[in-house]
Design a protein around this ligand. Sequence first.
Ligand SMILES: *Cc1c(COP(=O)(O)O)cnc(C)c1O
Length: 428
Amino acid sequence: MSQSDTLFDYKHIWHPYSSMINPIPCYSVVSAKGVYLKLTNKKNIIDGMSSWWSAIHGYNHPVLNRALKKQIKKMSHVMFGGITHPPAIALCRQLIELTPKKLDCVFLSDSGSVAIEVAIKMLIQYWQSLGQKRKQFLTIRNGYHGDTFAAMSISDPDNSIHQIYNNLLPNNLFADAPVSSFHKKWQKSDLISFKKIIEENSLKIAGVILEPIVQGVGGMNFYHPAYLKKIKKLCDNYSIPIIFDEIATGFGRTGRLFAFEHAGVIPDILCLGKAITGGTITLAATLTSRHIADTISISQAGCFMHGPTYMANPLACAVANANIKILKTNKWKIQVSNIEKQLSKNLLPLIHYPYVVDVRVLGAIGVVECSHLANVFLMQKFFVENGVWIRPFKKLIYIVPPYTISVAQLNKLTNVITQAVNNRSLFI
Ligand SMILES: *Cc1c(COP(=O)(O)O)cnc(C)c1O
């Protein structure tokens, strides 16, 4: 990249969660293959982030590329209103087959946040059909569900800085986040807050929404499956539908195809995204039960009121199909299980290091929680200079590598993390 390109990017282009005044400079990636990102200076670095949980089979995957090329020769896009097409039908068939029997109807959309908006709108219309004006949602603190308005309104009020948008965000209900962690003892007291809120507001609540088992960027916590089980039971007691946001965890990341399988419960609505196209093009899906879909369809509007321009984009559907076909060979199970073992072996001992307060591993997710905030600029630079791509977040250094990463490549990632947590100058 030329000097002038770097300067142009710096001056004119917004990056995620960045300031336009003195932003942290970005690294320019010119290509990617397998687990490697190739920088402009020809240096190859190992991606520990899978481009935010999505590139699960690595970059430039021949099977995914072939599916895209094959589809582009037929058509890149066609409107979905009044028209259907084979890639969408094949994908929805696969999604229904992959998920529990109860989830029977699929709404495709452009991104995770939109899949959440869709789920929320569905439940508002669902209750309208039943003659009730319910509009509040109950969730748990430390959640993250996306950056659009409804998604923000159910994300952690402090992390997503609700007060910036005050009065514009719907006023939802927040229970305390569970403290019982996945691998430790279940503490009944975790339920108190949720139970109290659902009891007191049961006739106002349109739905419960949460990330099953893994709370993602809201804190990277893995909570106890018993919590999810009991929450589901409480929802059933009050006939309140529950939405599971598996946008980050879906498609094998936690060691199960879906994180809710750890608890043996099934949602009424399921949101999928991120890894659905193996990190190639944006796509998301909201799956519901037949009962919810049918109820919405008899609402005042007579239909579900949503329809994005690029709904069911054929290129995205075709590559999602290929991605799911790779998953169906079940190789991911052994890959994720091996990553889990290696991450546990390499990262858990870091708990004895001075600036580390907790280390957690679940499936292909490794989290090192530190005592100080990372200096993002210096730490990212340190990682890149040492041949890896890891984006620290507040006090968290976490990795969600592609499932295809080799033992040596993963050792490299965890070795560099080990060096980083020993280096006080990389923290604020
Ligand atoms: C990333 C994410 C979203 C939002 O998805 P986008 O595609 O970024 O809009 C929602 N929920 C969870 C759990 C996520 O990790």
